[in-house]
Design a binder for this molecule. Sequence first.
Ligand code: TNX
Length: 549
Amino acid sequence: MPARPEPLPTDGDTGGGSAPVNGLVPTPVVHPGGPSVQVGRGGRLSLAGAEPAAHEWFAWAAQTLHGLRVEPVRAGADVSVRVDGDRWRPGGDGASEEACVGPVTGVDPRPVPGADERHRIGIEEGRVAVSGASGEAAFRALTSLVQLLRVDARGDVWAPSGVLEDGPRYAWRGLSLDVVRHFLTAAEVTRVIDLLALHKFNVLHLHLTDSEGWRLESRRRPRLTRTGPDGEREYYTREEFADLVEYAALRHVTVVPEVDLPGHTGAAFDAYPELHGHVRPPHPRVRFLRPDVEEARTFARDVVEEFAELTPGPFLHLGGDEPFGMDHGDYVEFVRHTHRYVREAGKRVVGWQEAARAGVLNGEDVLQYWIGAPDEFDPEALKTAVPEEFHPLVDQAAETFRISPGDVPAAAGSGVPVLLSPNSLVYLDRPYADAAEPDQEADRLRLGLPSYEPVTVAGAFDWDPGETARSLAPGVIVAGVEAAVWGETLTGFDDLAFLLLPRLAGVSEKAWSHDPATWEEHAALLDGYGRFWTALGFGAHFRAAGAPR
Ligand code: TNX
């Protein structure tokens, strides 16, 4: 097949072929930068040697992103893409570039830890050779390859020639998704999982419980889950949840479920008022589980056990954030109990950063740093907006933010790895500061938590996880990077798409890339990705402009 000269075909000159993405997000260590070569024809490709799940993912993605058919290999026919795991060795079998891909660091979130994700793709005319140290490595490689393909109007399939070498910087690359404040159906969550896989994330942290609802069926506490105003089910059955976990696992995404305790538990109190025990809450709307109430401890143990049963991964998130109204000693004691329940259920703990104050996490656990802008909480402004009876609570909340800079140093001092989720940078519910397209301007002003200072897309990209960790405390062990999106302002999936994209892609760059793109390089790729995001079911409702216009 003939080598095709640059430039690559675009929508304009192919009459409908797939548009080029002239690079990958996240950026690989070594790019296949040569001229385009033909690797398939007639809208078809063949793939040999991939594990079934990777084969299926590649075939699905090729179909979804490009309308290509991936066909089984027939005897005697050309194989366009061949996966050959044995040909890859970290550090080189003579190919010098291999040594460029550094080893991964951080905390491995996977049910079966240890698989090396580093891989190589060699693209020549008519032939693509994929090699990786594990099935997961081949999966990551095929994920890159499918994004490098372009199809011209005749159905010929092209890819840039040369070698791609790649592997992750951090072992934990996640998104925390709030399915409580706005419920997302299981089908909607699968779309998010596809998006995560496209950008090489490997953790979906599901925030399943909060004061506004409880989204996972409980056998022991059936009243926790409720139907919506029109009778629609607004929670996942255990079977549905297991299916989601499986769907994610096939895309090498591990689900980390969160049961948020002891604060953020209003929904539990609504369903089971006996959780109050003998104690009246400081205010009817300010509720938290107390360590001296036996019903509260039993409840925590029960739900932790149920969440653990449904969790194939090693980690369970116990929440621990914003224990507003709670006495410090009670908080510490409750988190200690919950930590023990999680450990007894066979899991390691992830806790929001306040959990460091309990002094119980250790090197097996993970602390999730999130209060990136403690000064942003303005108690006096809040007091003007809430009734006077809440003012003592506002002061107490201010105190938990004031002491928050001590949380990561405390964790670092006891060897607890820290997952980086600074709300100043990777909270995707932070409103956008830069103007959107005119027809999206109303959405921009409506979406995202109004109490946050808005951030530009470029501003949210302007950080390095290693530097952030060093600025927090000496000797921080970085577990990885996790974005978060909270649902307070969402009215539907389109709103979620708007907040997630394009910033989630920018987070993948920080979490995966050993040598992250500059903002200019990154921004230049984002518009090309719009087509992929749309194909994955994110409509056209993501915030289209990468760079301010
Ligand atoms: C803080 S992040 C919370 C959530 C809110 C979020 C809004 C965290 C651990 N707690 O309850 O939804 O801010 O960004």
